[in-house]
Design a protein around this ligand. Structure first.
Ligand code: AMP
Length: 249
């Protein structure tokens, strides 16, 4: 994977990547631009792992959830179209999401690979992704973060977010230093609109019905698909498992 600033390829003049412990990464260079598809239920840790991977690999995280929330915040055409769906925990139409992803993949920083977080979520999206990647000669690796249902519920119901900087906390697994207050900017933490209980139920149902079946689709298509047990390990330990998989590519 050819990378820019903190890339995997340690070509002359390119700094070696710094891993989560701050020391030099040992990941050798994968052969080609890679699309890492982080797959899993809401609350499985895709967002957290994406951020660790961005730091390590120097390739962008493409989170359709973040992109859609930004459109809602901006109050633009797409935002108005999707706002009610996000609030209810229902999937946004494939056409809308596919266009957003297609535009994002066309940006220069995605040329050398990217991390997909929350996409694809339906068969139509998976088919679209396969076409887009085939056209660009990009190889995808799907990493399924497997997490127990009860752990998912505990994570999602305990989740709090800083409305200013977006940092996520969890009452149990990652509490802020002062309860209810962001460590970074002192803002009062809030429950994300779609982390309310009835919406969580809806999001998990959408995952079970529309998204989980994609695992069979990836298998049928012979995609590189790996499962990682991410129920109980700390994020850094899960990250090490992902790192070991990337090494094999
Ligand atoms: P997330 O932050 O990934 O959990 O996404 C939050 C919400 O955004 C979801 O509940 C959906 O309403 C919407 N969303 C995000 N990604 C997609 C996608 N790939 N397809 C359809 N809807 C999506």
């Amino acid at each position: 994977m050819a990378l820019r600033k903190t890339g995997l390829l340690n070509t002359a003049g390119t700094p070696e990547p710094v891993n989560v412990q701050g020391d030099r990464s040992q990941i050798p260079s994968p052969k080609i631009p890679l699309a890492l598809v982080l797959f899993g239920s809401p609350g499985s840790g895709k967002g957290t792992q994406s951020k660790l991977l961005v730091r390590e690999l120097g390739i962008p995280q493409i989170s359709t959830g973040d992109m859609l929330r930004e459109h809602v915040r901006n109050g633009n055409g797409v935002g108005t179209k999707v706002e009610a769906k996000l609030k209810a925990g229902i999937l946004v139409k494939d056409e809308v999401v596919n266009v957003l992803v297609e535009e994002r993949l066309a940006q220069p920083d995605a040329a050398n690979g990217f991390i997909l977080d929350g996409y694809p979520r339906t068969r139509a999206q998976a088919e679209m992704l396969c076409r887009m990647l085939a056209a660009r000669g990009i190889h995808e690796v799907v990493i399924h973060l497997v997490v127990d249902y009860n752990v998912i519920i505990a994570r999602l119901t305990g989740r709090r977010q800083c409305p200013v900087c977006g940092t996520l906390y969890n009452d149990i697994s990652k509490p802020p230093k002062v309860p209810g207050v962001c460590d970074l900017d002192g803002a009062k933490l809030v429950v994300r609109e779609d982390d309310r209980e009835e919406v969580i139920r809806q999001r998990l149902e959408a995952y079970e019905k529309q998204t989980r079946p994609l695992l069979d689709y990836f298998r049928e298509k012979g995609k590189s698909l790996y499962e990682i047990d991410a129920s109980h390990d700390a994020p850094e330990q899960v990250f090490r498992k992902i790192e070991a998989l990337i090494r094999k590519q």
